[in-house]
Design a binder for this molecule. Structure first.
Ligand SMILES: C[S@@+](CC[C@H](N)C(=O)[O-])C[C@H]1O[C@@H](n2cnc3c(N)ncnc32)[C@H](O)[C@@H]1O
Length: 278
């Protein structure tokens, strides 16, 4: 692992990468509980619901395959891998005002160059309300402006992100489709949208699709198939009777999280699960 070093203005030397966006369900605060439970030795690391990548970046494994159903997010990873400086230059052109936010939000990302598309994704994430990603039924981003004065990026971190992504394989799509080549020497970490706790559900965040009981059941049966093949995996989810039931028979570890439960930012201790088949 290299240490961060900003040597001259045009040579940025990367340190360990951190997530470059805020992402609902991000695991940054839980890394110290989750990572020690991962196997110590495996060949390829798979993360089918990579999101903001907090676990992926912290693990810093030499071979990795990451996937997310959110194509705009995966395009942003690829643009940063290929040319983070061009993405940073595009971000520098975007002022943080409500007018600019609404203007950028209106533009169809598929009409933009790869660098501009990545820049608008990061810009919207940093300036929208609470860094949420929510789209309407047509897949159009519809989170309101957040009125924050935060930096869009750190160039040292983008350099580190770009470097960390160099050997990574990407795909956009459903979690089931990215595991075709997985072997018993590999390890898979699944961090899906969580099953609802009380009335609260993650289902309409992140993508236009939904993640409800049928999708959780589909994930559990995929895990059973992988288990039969001897592939090791870990799954994060809420500590609920439904999740305990569909993963019955596997090792369950409790993870302690603190969640914001309302707009006044009151926090509450919440128990989550890490289900393991090893
Ligand atoms: C809980 S988040 C992952 C958070 C991530 N571990 C982090 O630390 O930022 C769940 C992710 O699953 C993605 N997703 C939702 N449905 C999916 C599906 N059917 N297949 C693959 N990814 C999906 C969402 O776009 C979202 O990024």
């Amino acid at each position: 692992m290299e240490l961060l070093n900003l040597t001259t203005s045009n040579s940025v030397r990367p340190s360990r990468a951190e997530p470059f966006i805020k992402w609902a369900g991000g695991k940054q605060a839980l890394l110290a509980q989750i990572l020690p439970l991962f196997p110590s030795d495996f060949e390829c690391y798979y993360e089918p619901f990579v999101g903001g990548g907090s676990v992926f970046f912290a693990l810093n494994h030499s071979r990795a395959f990451v996937n997310d159903e959110n194509g705009w997010l995966i395009d942003t990873y690829q643009a940063l891998r290929d040319n983070f400086k061009a993405v940073a230059r595009e971000l520098d052109k975007l002022p943080n005002t409500k007018e600019d936010f609404l203007r950028v939000r209106e533009v169809d990302p598929s009409s933009l160059s790869v660098e501009k598309r990545a820049a608008s994704f990061i810009f919207l994430n940093k300036t929208c309300f609470r860094g949420l990603f929510r789209v309407n039924k047509k897949g159009q981003f519809n989170v309101p402006y957040g009125e924050y004065q935060r930096r869009y990026y750190s160039i040292e971190n983008l350099a580190a992100v770009s470097k960390a992504l160099k050997q990574v394989k990407f795909s956009t799509g459903d979690f089931e489709d990215c595991l075709v080549d997985v072997t018993r020497n590999d390890f898979v970490y699944f961090d899906p949208p969580y099953y609802k706790v009380g009335g609260f559900s993650d289902f309409n965040r992140y993508t236009a699709g939904q993640f409800r009981e049928p999708q959780h059941l589909r994930l559990a049966s995929l895990c059973n198939e992988l288990d039969d093949k001897g592939v090791r995996w870990a799954v994060s989810n809420s500590d609920t009777p439904f999740i305990r039931e569909i993963f019955k028979g596997y090792r369950l570890e409790t993870i302690h999280a603190r969640r914001e439960i309302n707009l006044n930012s009151q926090n509450r201790d919440i128990k989550e699960l890490l289900v393991l088949n090893y």
